[in-house]
Structure formats: C-alpha cells, structure tokens
Design a protein around this ligand. Structure first.
Ligand code: NAD
Ligand code: UDP
Length: 319
C-alpha cells in the first residue's frame, strides 16, 4: 500500500549513539518523523535528550538482535547500530558480531516488510590493513578474520553481503556506505578513539598517548559532513558501496600535535604500544561520492577539531 502523507518516516537503529544522534537531529530538521531504536550498549539517551520534546521523535529501547518491530509506515531505515570504537568491540566481540549479522538481518527484514529504503553503515574497516592506497570501493580488503579486530570487520563484511542478498533476492532498495573515521561533538570522551582521547588528555594537560611511533595515518571527517553524505545516499537510488570520508590524510602524531596546539595545552606526547592489526594507512578514494552523490566534505580539519574541542570544553563533567 502506498504512503498517504507527505511526511517521511525514518527508523534509525543505533540512533542514540554518536553518529545516530546527529542523524536523528538532521532528519527532524528536514521534517522527517524519526523512530530511534537503541539498546544503549555504547550510546545513551543523553545524546537525544534535546530531541525528546519534538513530537516527531520517538525513542524506543530495543536490542535489534532480539527483534525489530515498528508499527505503521516506514520509508527509510538507517542501520547504524553497532559498537564502533576498537575498545568497545574488543570488549564486546559477541555483541558486535550479533548486531552486524542478526541485527542487520532484522533491520533488512523491517525494510522489506515496509517497502522502505535501507541504508547500511558499513566501514573503512572492511579494507582492513589496506595494501591499496587510497582505498577505492573496488578494493576487496586485507582483513584478518581471526585477529582481534576481525569481530568488527567481518561483521560489517557479512552485513554488506546480507544487504546485497536482500536487494537481489527480495528486491529491497538498499544502499551501502563505507564510513571512514568521523569525529565531532557527542563522541564518548572515554570511548578510546584517538580524537576523544587526545582532546580529553589535552584539556587535562596530561600526556597524549600516541600508539607506536604515530606514523600510521587516518583521514578524519567532521560529523556534519558525514551526515550530509548519509542523507545524500539515503535520498538517492544508489546501491553503493560508496566511501564517505574526508580524504585529508594525517599521521596520528600530527593529529596529536594539532590537538595540543588548538587546545593551547601544556601536554606532552607519550608513546604507547600499538594495537594488534592496527591499520597503517587509511584514506578514502571519494571519486564515487563526488560523482554519484555530488558530495564532498566542506568542514576543514582545523574547524572540525575546534568545534569538537569547544563541545568538550562545554561538558567539563565528561572530561
Ligand atoms: P556509537 O557506539 O556511538 O553508536 C552505536 C549505537 O548503536 C549506540 O547508541 C549503541 O547503543 C547502539 N547499539 C549497539 N548495539 C545495538 C543493538 N544490538 N541494538 C540496538 N542498538 C545497538 O558509534 P558511532 O561512532 O556512532 O557509529 C555508528 C555506526 O557507524 C556503527 O554502525 C559504526 O560501525 C559505523 N561507523 C562509524 C564510524 C565512525 O568513525 N564513528 C566509522 C565507520 C563506521
Ligand atoms: N590511537 C592512538 N592513541 C590513542 C587512541 C588511538 O595513537 O589514545 C591510534 C590508534 O592506534 C590508531 C589511530 O589512533 O592508529 C586511530 O584510532 P581510532 O581508535 O581512533 O580509530 P581506528 O583505529 O578505528 O581507525
């Protein structure tokens, strides 16, 4: 049955997390109704507290690996539920595999049932420790399935395969995004990722913990840019996979130095052990995103870092 009203209804799994909460906010701002499904495993209702008074927003505590039920019509399912920080998925390997597999199956089932478009938040981690640089979508990756990061990487690779199977077998309108490192307000200060760690350490004037010699690289994208890219893919008919990320590549040591400079901190740098299977380089080839979605990041790394630092300063209780 076709949808009667003009208002779009979007389900965001993992909507109380870092990226999910920004997505909920952007969807509401453009007039969607939003149903946010989250079990608060790594997210928190605090992240969407400012949206609770909006009558178009609904937060439902649900573990998407148990079941996914949403009454009424749904036009779009954004499947973002999953631990995303290495310390989170190393602490919760089974939960991570279950949400990437069973959770994705349930979210795809919801999209199939409702005739909705489905968007999967996949990751640059599907490329593992890449032997091709920068990484185009055509690269198959270099992942160690039995290494510690395998639980996340393989869950996402499985989720991509499942998404494609639902498209081909059940005709679900699907899109796959491979998201590269993204940062901004509402990252958990203690989630172990480099940027929140460095900002928190700099604001406390403690040494910044750089892993290895800090020569490994990442390409970091400000959250507002990422959200614009997700919505562009959601509104298109593109199946993907499409990379979303800021191609500006920097070493982890440069990143640490940048955070010290921008916070005006007296912190020094200390070198700590590098995690097992830590990718040594990472940079998206964003040709497809530019050509198919007319998307490219607009916020400079410096601006993004300044905005993120300002948010952390505004939440001293978290630092
Ligand atoms: P996050 O941990 O802040 O958010 C994930 C959310 O999913 C949390 O609110 C968590 O409670 C929820 N969740 C986890 N398991 C669930 C389950 N079984 N049922 C319901 N909810 C569940 O992480 P994030 O950085 O916002 O990442 C969101 C998504 O984007 C993830 O799928 C992640 O793999 C993907 N991604 C993020 C990045 C990044 O740089 N942040 C990069 C690549 C991919
Ligand atoms: N890293 C670091 N110090 C920290 C946290 C992370 O040097 O306190 C390094 C980490 O080893 C990796 C890079 O920063 O090389 C990015 O790590 P993050 O956890 O942010 O993301 P991912 O490894 O998933 O890209």
């Amino acid at each position: 049955m076709g949808k009667q009203s003009a208002t779009r209804r979007t389900v965001v799994t993992g909507g109380a997390g870092f990226l999910g909460s920004h997505l909920c906010e952007a969807l509401l701002a453009r007039g969607d109704e939003v149903v946010c499904l989250d079990n608060f495993l790594t997210g928190s209702p605090d992240n969407v507290d400012h949206l609770m008074a909006n009558p178009s927003f609904r937060l439902v505590r649900t573990d998407v690996t148990d079941f996914v039920h949403v009454g009424g019509e749904v036009d779009l399912v954004l499947h973002f539920a999953s631990p995303a920080s290495p310390i989170d998925y190393l602490r919760m390997p089974v939960e991570t595999l279950k949400v990437g597999s069973i959770g994705t199956l349930h979210a795809l089932g919801l999209a199939r049932d409702k005739g909705a478009r489905f968007v999967l938040a996949s990751t640059s981690e599907v490329y593992g420790d890449p032997e091709v640089h920068p990484q185009p979508e055509s690269y198959w990756g270099n992942v160690n399935p039995v290494g510690p990061r395998g639980v996340y990487d393989e869950a996402k690779r499985f989720a991509e395969a499942m998404t494609l199977a639902y498209r081909q077998t059940h005709g679900v309108d699907t899109g796959i995004l491979r998201i590269f490192n993204t940062f901004g307000p509402r990252m958990r200060p203690n989630d172990g990722r480099a940027i929140p760690n460095f900002i928190r350490q700099a604001l406390r004037n403690e040494p910044l913990t750089v892993a290895g010699d800090g020569s490994q690289t990442r390409s970091i994208c400000y959250v507002d840019d990422l959200v614009a890219g997700v919505l562009a893919l959601a509104d298109s008919a593109e199946p993907g996979p499409i990379n979303l990320g800021n191609p500006h590549e920097l070493s982890v040591l440069e990143l640490a130095q940048w955070v010290i400079d921008l916070t005006g901190s007296s912190s020094t740098i200390t070198f700590v052990d590098r995690p097992v299977d830590d990718p040594s380089v990472r940079r998206p080839d964003t040709t497809l995103a530019r050509e198919r979605l007319n998307w490219s990041p607009q916020v400079s790394i410096e601006d993004g870092l300044l905005r993120t630092i300002a948010w952390f300063r505004g939440h001293p209780e978290l630092v």
